[in-house]
Write a protein that binds this ligand. Structure first.
Ligand SMILES: NC(=O)C1=CN([C@@H]2O[C@H](COP(=O)(O)OP(=O)(O)OC[C@H]3O[C@@H](n4cnc5c(N)ncnc54)[C@H](O)[C@@H]3O)[C@@H](O)[C@H]2O)C=CC1
Ligand SMILES: O=C(O)[C@@H]1CCC=N1
Length: 281
């Protein structure tokens, strides 16, 4: 099931545990789309990162996780998978017998691991957002553990839906594939942008021109994919005149194994997600 972005979410107090790249994208996207900064608290040990969040978005910032978390209705865990267990264990005293909704954005870490590390009573939504959330153009896959109530599920959908599309996943094992396609996905597009720009420069284009041509081509094509609703293959064929320039390029991509390479890359990212779960158990 997918849903459209919400323009102005009415959210309860949210505490972000970890204020790095992904948290910044979510917080920036939420504030830009109408969330009250006074309802957003962030725990971040790095002084410069913490102060930048306060200065840029007006949110309340804290050095310690428990300071931000105490009294918040939703906890968003945005730390690296490698430290998640320690961070959750440190929250058990604040969680008590009735912990608030816990939303994890971490790659690999399962809802069962989160629940146990938080003391066994937590309702956990495992999510996988991506950094275009900063522009309200994110997409987030979400899985709700059995303890999550309908109201909590709606809260998670409102929070992540404020910064882009949401897609609910019924089988948690598929969250590693979500991570591999859309969580990591922006990096694949940025790699393609780098390669297109470099190739344009190699053909003699000035760097500025190559960047503008490559980046706006990606933006225009992405908008067509979303706004036309037509399959990618149909849009591709409309650009590809028989015997023309595009055909020469597409045949080069196909004979070079682009589809196989993309499949291998997504498979490697999916596998890495599973490894992160096992390695940090
Ligand atoms: N960067 C991305 O595009 C995406 C990242 N994620 C997930 O988001 C999580 C965070 O990733 P990033 O933001 O990229 O990493 P990051 O390294 O930029 O942010 C993590 C932050 O957690 C802070 N931190 C460390 N220990 C802490 C503690 N005890 N309490 C509070 N904060 C603590 C660090 O100082 C750091 O600022 C990871 O689990 C990752 O899998 C998910 C989707 C996309
Ligand atoms: O690379 C990572 O592990 C994280 C998860 C998805 C995007 N960044």
């Amino acid at each position: 099931m997918t849903s459209e972005p919400n323009a102005s979410p009415a959210l309860p107090t949210v505490a972000f545990i970890g204020g790095g790249n992904m948290a910044r994208s979510l917080i920036g996207g939420m504030v830009a789309r109408g969330a009250q900064p006074s309802n957003i608290r962030v725990a971040e040990p790095d002084d410069a990162t913490r102060e930048a969040l306060r200065a840029d978005f007006g949110v309340s910032v804290f050095r310690e996780a428990h300071e931000a978390a105490d009294g918040a209705a939703i906890w968003v865990f945005a730390v690296k998978p490698q430290v998640m267990r320690v961070v959750c264990n440190g929250m058990q005293a604040v969680a008590g017998a009735h912990p608030p909704l816990a939303i994890s954005v971490a790659a690999g870490i399962t809802s069962t691991q989160m629940k146990h590390w938080l003391g066994g009573a937590a309702a956990v939504v495992r999510s996988m957002p991506n950094t275009p959330a900063l522009l309200g153009a994110g997409v987030t896959g979400l899985f709700a553990s059995p303890e999550v109530s309908d109201e909590q599920r709606a809260q998670a959908d409102a929070l992540l839906g404020a910064v882009g599309q949401t897609v609910w996943i019924d089988d948690e094992a598929q969250m590693d594939a979500v991570t591999a396609v859309s969580g990591s996905g922006p990096a694949y597009v940025f790699l393609l942008a780098e390669a297109m720009q470099a190739a344009g420069e190699a053909q003699g284009l000035p760097a500025d021109a190559a960047r503008t041509l490559a980046t706006h081509t990606l933006m225009g094509a992405a908008r067509m994919l979303v706004e036309s609703g037509e399959p990618a293959a149909v849009l591709r064929k409309r650009v590809t005149s028989p015997g023309g320039t595009t055909q020469a390029a597409i045949e080069t991509f196909e004979s070079g194994g682009l589809r196989t390479l993309v499949d291998q890359a997504v498979t490697a990212a999916t596998r890495r997600g599973r490894e992160l779960s096992a390695a940090n158990d």
